[in-house]
Write a protein that binds this ligand. Sequence first.
Ligand code: PGA
Length: 264
Amino acid sequence: MSGKKLIVGNWKMNLTVQGASLYVHKLEKKIKTHRDVEVVLAPGMLALQSLGLQVNRRQFKLAAQNLYWKDEGAYTGEVSAYQLNGLVEYAIIGHSERRHIFHEHDKDTRGKVQAAIRHDITPILCVGETAHEKAAHETHAVLHDQIVGGLANITADEVNGMVIAYEPVWAIGTGNNATPVDVEKAAQTIRDQIAHLYGAKVSKSVRVLYGGSVSSHNAASYLTTPGIDGLLVGGASLNAEEFSVMVELAHTFNETKNLARKAA
Ligand code: PGA
């Protein structure tokens, strides 16, 4: 857990380069910069370069939605961590759409996590169970496997700065968001697993996000869920009003918590 909240907007395959620029203009006006909230935008690959010139990095950081683990070579259509270096601060890795539509396995996510770290990009590793796995009470085992599989050969120091997003597959884009109780349990499972692999200190410092049908209406409950450091927002991040409300909520909750801490 870090004191700062992290709010990530995953735009997926939406907006043209020009549309992305116009949208960022809107967000720039709507979203206040708070020292206790880090706001990350993950536009499509094509818009990264122009947005890199447009955004004030104190207001918005940038993330790639994917990357390839080889640095250079004959890999038609891929973009490597090496090429993204300097352009993005973060990369979303192992998103369920990558796993399920493009058949990425833990072996792929592992290579990508390693490549991101090698090129100074903070990985946001996505983990989460399908509806079928949830029904079979396999959430714990799935999270365990995806974390062990995704983080093999990564050192404690490297995991320290990482972000892990709990994104139940059944909750993504469905309007069927997970209950805060389930999210708290999943965050605990993730942190227990990290503690087991890397020790208690790393398990406390790794940042854990929740994602899956987050909106301005349910964001507050996740921002106050123990073990959760922020949100990975898909659909609602394409609505400036919705997204800015979530950022303000993150700031408000942090401020309230700090005031309570000072008064205690
Ligand atoms: P959603 O997507 O907020 O539209 O459910 C979340 C994600 O895929 O990261």
